[in-house]
Design a protein around this ligand. Structure first.
Ligand code: SF4
Length: 447
C-alpha cells in the first residue's frame, strides 16, 4: 500500500514553489498526498531559517508534528529547506524524532530520501548540498498549490549580493538563473491551464541571467515573456534596485500585461547605513531610480522593504528614513526589525538597538505609510479598474474579493465588491466607490 504523505510549507512564496516541486516528485512516485497530518505515514515540513523568529517557528512546528508519531499514523518525520541547510547537526542532536533532512536544493529528490529512510530505519538520512544547485527548476514539474487563477514562478535562486544583514547567500547559495526557454515553457503551460496572474520570484530578479551569458538579462527575459499570447498579468517581485534596467522598464511600459507594480527592496535611505548594509547604492541613486521608474511608468505601484534597528542606525539616521517614507514614493511598504543572526557579516557590530526601540521605529514607519496608502487609494475612487476576482470574501459571504494590478497576492490590500455580478478567478471591471488605508470597495460592472 502506497504511503500517505502530508507536506506543510513555512516561510516565503519561494518555499512554496519548492514544495510544489516536492508534491509533483512524490505524486510521480505514486505516493498518496493528504492534507491531514494525523493520517499521514510520512510528514514533511518545508522550513524557513532566514531569521531567528522564523527558526523558532519552524522548530515549534516540528515538535508539534512529531506528536503524530504517537497520536497519529506518522511513521517518518522529514524536515526540508533552510532550517535543515543551516542547522543540520543541531537538529539531529536535539530532535530524535527526525528521520530525515533535505536541504535548500534537490527538492525533486524527496522520494529518493524517503525510500532511503525506510531502507535505513536505524539512523536519520541526510540529503543536503553544502553548495546548493538548482537544476530541478529547469524541469519545472510542479503541482500548483495556489488557487487556479494565480501562480508563482521561480526564475532564479540563490544570491551573490552579500548584503551584510542577510544569510540567504549561505542558505541558498550563489545566484543561479533558469533558462529563458524553460521559464517561457512553464509560463505557456500555466496560461494554458487558465492561470490569469503569474508572479515572478527569485532572491534578486534584477540580476536574472548574469550567470548565463552576456545576451541574457532581465530585459531579454521580459521581452521573451512579452511575446507570449494570452490575457494574463505578469507581476515582478524582489527587483534589486541597482541593476533593474531601463530596458526592462521599457518592455514593461510597452506591454500592459506587466502589472503596474514593482517590488523593489531599498532597505534604508541613509548613506552610511546603506554602506554598512553593503547595499551598493546611495541615497542619490535611490532617488534617481524612483524618478526613472515614475518617468517610464507613471502609474507604477511601488512596494519596498525597509530594515529598522540596524546596528549602526542612529536616531538621526532613522529620522532621515521616516522623512523619506513621508515623501510618499511607495504604495506599499514592508518593515522588518534587524535580526542579529550568528551567520551574517553585520554580526560584528553587535545588536545595540534595543528591541523595544526597533518595534517603535517599525510602528512609526507603518503609521506614516498608512496615511499615504489611504491618499493613494482615494485617487482610484470613480475609476473603473480591472480586478482579478478571487471569489467570495473571507470577511463576509455578501462580498466578493479580488485585486487590482496595483495589489500583490497575500501581501497587499484587496478590492471588496459589494454590488453587481463578477466572475470568480477571472478579470472583471469594477468601478471603485470607496477607499480605505489598504483596501478598496467597488461595484462590478456588466462584463
Ligand atoms: S539581495 Fe536580498 S537575498 Fe541577496 S543578499 Fe541582499 S537581502 Fe539577501
Amino acid at each position: 500500500m502506497s504511503k500517505h504523505i502530508y507536506l506543510e510549507t513555512l516561510g516565503c512564496e519561494k518555499n512554496r514553489v519548492d514544495s510544489e516541486i516536492m508534491l509533483a516528485a512524490l505524486k510521480k512516485q505514486d505516493y498518496r498526498l493528504t492534507d491531514q497530518a494525523e493520517s499521514a505515514h510520512v510528514i514533511v515540513l518545508n522550513t524557513c531559517a532566514f531569521l531567528t523568529a522564523a527558526t523558532e517557528e519552524s522548530i515549534d512546528r516540528i515538535l508539534d508534528l512529531s506528536d503524530y508519531k504517537t497520536t497519529g499514523q506518522c511513521e517518518k518525520l522529514v524536515v526540508t529547506g533552510c532550517l535543515s541547510q543551516r542547522y543540520q547537526d543541531e537538529l539531529l542532536s536535539t530532535i530524535p524524532e527526525l528521520d530525515g533532512l533535505l536541504g535548500s536544493s534537490n527538492f525533486d529528490q524527496i522520494p529518493f530520501l524517503i525510500s532511503q529512510i525506510y531502507d535505513n530505519p536505524d539512523h536519520p538520512q541526510i540529503l543536503i548540498n553544502k553548495k546548493p544547485h538548482y537544476t530541478q527548476y529547469e524541469k519545472q514539474e510542479k503541482i500548483q498549490s495556489t488557487p487556479r487563477h494565480f501562480a508563482y514562478l521561480k526564475i532564479a535562486e540563490g544570491c551573490s549580493n552579500m548584503c551584510s544583514f542577510c544569510n540567504i547567500p549561505y542558505l541558498r547559495g550563489r545566484f543561479s538563473s533558469r533558462s529563458i526557454s524553460s521559464i517561457v515553457e512553464e509560463l505557456q503551460t500555466l496560461i494554458h491551464q487558465g492561470v490569469r496572474e503569474i508572479n515572478l520570484l527569485s532572491q534578486d530578479t534584477s540580476s536574472y541571467g548574469k550567470d548565463l551569458s552576456e545576451e541574457v538579462d532581465i530585459a531579454a527575459l521580459l521581452s521573451a515573456i512579452s511575446k507570449i499570447d494570452g490575457n494574463h498579468w505578469i507581476r515582478l517581485f524582489y527587483a534589486y534596485p541597482n541593476t533593474f534596467s531601463e530596458q526592462a522598464l521599457e518592455i514593461m511600459a510597452n506591454d500592459s500585461r506587466f502589472c503596474r507594480y514593482l517590488d523593489m527592496p531599498f532597505q534604508h535611505i541613509n548613506d552610511a547605513v546603506l554602506e554598512k548594509m553593503n547595499r551598493k547604492i546611495t541615497k542619490k541613486e535611490i532617488y534617481a531610480k524612483i524618478a526613472q521608474i515614475k518617468k517610464q511608468i507613471p502609474d507604477m505601484a511601488l512596494r519596498t522593504t525597509f530594515i529598522v534597528g540596524f546596528p549602526t542606525e542612529t536616531e538621526e539616521n532613522f529620522e532621515e528614513l521616516a522623512a523619506f517614507v513621508a515623501e510618499g514614493h511607495f504604495d506599499h511598504i514592508g518593515v522588518f526589525t534587524y535580526s542579529h543572526e550568528n551567520n551574517i557579516p553585520s554580526k560584528k557590530w553587535g545588536d545595540p538597538v534595543p528591541n523595544a526601540l526597533k518595534q517603535e521605529r517599525k510602528a512609526q514607519l507603518l503609521e506614516i505609510q498608512q496615511n499615504i496608502s489611504l491618499q493613494k487609494n482615494k485617487t482610484h475612487i470613480g475609476k473603473t479598474l480591472k480586478v482579478l476576482v478571487d471569489g467570495v470574501s473571507q470577511e463576509s459571504d455578501l462580498l466578493l474579493q479580488g485585486r487590482t494590478e496595483y495589489q500583490g497576492a497575500n501581501i497587499d490590500g484587496l478590492v471588496y465588491i459589494n454590488e453587481g455580478h463578477a466572475l470568480p478567478m477571472e478579470f472583471n471591471l469594477v468601478e471603485i466607490t470607496e477607499a480605505h488605508p489598504y483596501d478598496l470597495v467597488g461595484r462590478a460592472l456588466q462584463q
